[in-house]
Design a protein around this ligand. Structure first.
Ligand SMILES: [Zn+2]
Length: 233
């Protein structure tokens, strides 16, 4: 697992975001639950919350650590918590994994593919964070597919341009219309008043053996994005 982002918070806490790589194994929730739970704990020994991702704008919130398990398996593409010591997670292979952190002590993990972006999953996650006291929110984007590898249909691209602006249009390595997913993430966040402060500079499709890619290699394996808060030592 690689560390993506570490944000010191007031009150001697720190928010962290990490991302699994191929050698950590497959985190797709189609795998047997006990095996997955063991895999999660092998990379990060904390209780994990996860959802059944459906490319929609639904947000699952963990407000009480005692009931964190109740959101697991709910249909949602974003998980939000203000509780320390609980991992909110999403799984991806090419889609955008977005970590959100507020110094007011609220964090989120979001699965943002193009459908989720067009349906507003990022603003929905931001709104859920604000409802839990977040004022300032920053974001970090993990490894995802980049435009040189992401040929995209003209109609779907036009629809996204209407929502997120013309900057999301790009070209593939061989000159075909492409979606610039990192720019689309930044645009959607920007419209919700959130700054994307950093991004992993790697494409899951052409960035090497470390990454699963649904698009480039039809792989079923998924990476996990884990976001959590812990006491600062
Ligand atoms: Zn690429």
């Amino acid at each position: 697992m690689i560390e993506l982002w570490r944000v010191p918070l007031p009150g001697r806490r720190v928010a962290r975001a990490s991302f699994t790589v191929r050698s950590d194994g497959d985190f797709a929730i189609t795998r047997p639950t006990p095996e997955l739970e063991a895999r999660r704990r092998s990379v990060l020994e904390l209780p994990w919350a996860w959802a059944r991702q459906v490319h929609g704008p639904a947000v699952a919130a963990i407000d009480d650590p005692a009931t964190a398990g109740q959101v697991c398996g709910a249909e949602a593409d974003a998980l939000v918590t203000g509780a320390t010591g609980i991992v909110v997670s999403v799984t991806v292979a090419d889609c955008a994994p977005v970590a959100l952190v507020s110094p007011e002590g609220v964090v989120a993990a979001v699965h943002a593919g193009w459908r989720g972006l067009s349906r507003g999953v990022l603003p929905a996650a931001v709104e859920a964070m604000r409802a839990r006291g977040a004022v300032t929110i920053e974001a970090y984007l993990g490894p995802c597919i980049h435009p040189e590898c992401y040929e995209f249909g003209a109609d779907d691209l036009a629809g996204l341009v209407r929502t997120l602006g013309p900057g999301i249009r790009s070209l593939t390595g061989n000159g075909r219309p492409a979606l610039d997913l990192p720019t689309a993430v930044a645009a959607s966040l920007g419209r919700a008043g959130v700054v994307l402060v950093g991004a992993a500079d790697v494409c899951t499709a052409c960035g090497g053996e470390r990454w699963f890619s649904h698009r480039a290699r039809a792989e079923s394996g998924r990476h996990a994005l884990a976001v959590w808060m812990e006491p600062r030592s």
